[in-house]
Design a protein around this ligand. Structure first.
Ligand code: AMP
Ligand code: GLY
Length: 419
């Protein structure tokens, strides 16, 4: 008899996880909570009202639990599941602080000697304004806490930095998440999202990806949760893998073990490939979104044994292998990343060599597919090479009707972004 898995979340990342798990020969039941309308046929979607209900349901149904988003991890859902004897993939609340507090992540990196941007942590407006003098070459203002990808401002000048600080520290725009602020040196280079599966000591790489954080084509406009992704990252090499392992992944895992909070699950390192080598921009305690939508379809090996390994099970003998290329284009509702309208009808006609992952889509009273949030779909093109994947992704976008949708035209283009 196969295993049953409950995926927690409603996004494209969770849709991609459900899609990968549904293909596993070891899994015969996939459930998602709350899931989304795109998962029909792959997973049962159940509406579990809160963490208590998730724990009770998973225990009663004897399911593995894979926690997709950061918020439940930061609340301690993995600890609660483990305490109830449920097998869970996702770090403890203490380990997830590496994502839920950017100040904590900076302290860990400093303690472990991990390359990262120079930074100071500030709490008040005056202290923050004075600290700006220390970053003459450009500064990035980061809310300490979780902000769904919207807590970071990469500043063009001091005026913009002061405005970003004022919003967080004077106007309280993000509430408690923004009352502690990390100010850091602005780094230049190409970004890379590296994810590993880990049991706290051992780790294995998953396909490295490139995320596109800015809203607009040409890498302009505000930062978002991610407007597209490609995998594998064109700059990934065996030598870089060794360097990232030795300078970043091993040290952070060792440091967290030393601090009595081993990290088990999927650890995401957001890197900037600078002239001085890779430096860490952030750690996340989970799969990236949209990165998961381009990484998971490339795996040649079953994902499930790796999730089991991260959840305390046996460690597979051979590292995961991947092949081909994937390009994912996010379609976001009008207004994103600000206020968005929901309930906009969506139709998707499947295209060749493509998969469409949904995020927070629902069926309305009339049974129509409608959006339920900002980022609503990811059109993923697959191919043996990046250019084929890119063409298929955009051909798929053309087969989607979603009034007023915003998407970038340059995902997967080979020219390097300006920053
Ligand atoms: P984070 O959530 O910390 O990864 O920041 C979100 C995005 O802001 C990153 O993916 C980068 O595009 C940008 N960013 C963050 N930190 C820096 C930095 N020190 N220098 C330049 N860009 C940055
Ligand atoms: N795409 C960035 C993230 O998942 O945090």
């Amino acid at each position: 008899m196969g295993e049953g898995v409950l995926v927690v979340g409603a996004g494209a990342r969770e849709h991609a996880l459900v899609w990968a798990l549904a293909r596993s020969p070891e899994v015969d039941r996939v459930v998602a909570t709350p899931g989304n309308a795109g998962m029909a046929g792959l997973a049962e979607c159940v509406d579990l009202a809160d963490d208590d209900a998730v724990v009770a349901y998973a225990a009663a149904e004897q399911l593995w639990v894979v926690v997709g988003p950061e918020a439940p991890l930061a609340r301690g859902l993995a600890d609660r599941l483990a305490a109830a004897g449920v097998r869970v993939v996702g770090p403890s609340r203490a380990a997830a602080r590496i994502e839920s507090s950017k100040a904590d992540a900076k302290r860990v990196m400093r303690a472990a000697g991990i390359p990262t941007a120079e930074a100071v942590v500030v709490h008040g407006w005056r202290e923050a304004e004075a600290a700006l003098d220390r970053f003459p070459a450009g500064v990035v203002v980061k809310a300490d806490g979780l902000a769904a990808g919207k807590g970071v401002t990469v500043c063009e000048d001091r005026t913009e930095a002061a405005a970003a600080l004022r919003a967080l520290l004077v106007d309280d725009a993000l509430g408690p998440a923004g009352r502690t602020v990390v100010l850091e040196e602005r780094l230049a280079g190409e970004e890379m999202s590296v994810m590993v599966v880990t049991d706290g000591t051992r780790f294995a790489y998953l396909p490295p990806a490139r995320d596109y954080k800015r809203l607009g084509t040409g890498d302009v406009g505000p930062n978002t949760g991610g407007m597209g992704a490609v995998a594998p990252h064109p700059a990934w090499t065996p030598a870089l893998a060794d360097e990232v392992a030795a300078r970043i992944i091993d040290p952070v895992l060792t440091q967290l073990r030393r601090e009595g909070r081993p990290f088990r699950g999927v650890l995401y390192a957001g890197l900037m490939l600078t002239a001085e080598g890779p430096k860490v921009l952030e750690f996340n305690a989970r799969f990236g979104d949209p990165e998961a939508t381009v990484m998971l379809p490339l795996l040649e090996d079953d994902l499930f044994p790796w999730l089991v390994a991260a959840g305390g099970g046996p460690w597979p003998a051979r590292a995961p292998r991947w092949t081909g290329a994937a390009v994912g284009v996010v379609l976001a509702a009008p207004g994103y990343p600000g206020r968005v309208a929901t309930g906009i009808p969506i139709t998707v006609e499947p295209g060749e060599g493509a998969v469409v992952f949904h995020a927070a889509t629902v069926r309305d009273g009339a049974g129509r597919l409608v959006n339920g949030g900002g980022r609503s779909l990811v059109a993923v093109g697959l191919g043996s090479d990046p250019e084929t994947a890119r063409k298929r992704a955009y051909a798929q976008v053309e087969r989607i009707r979603f009034e007023g949708a915003q998407w970038r035209r340059d995902i997967g283009e080979t020219s390097r972004p300006g920053r």
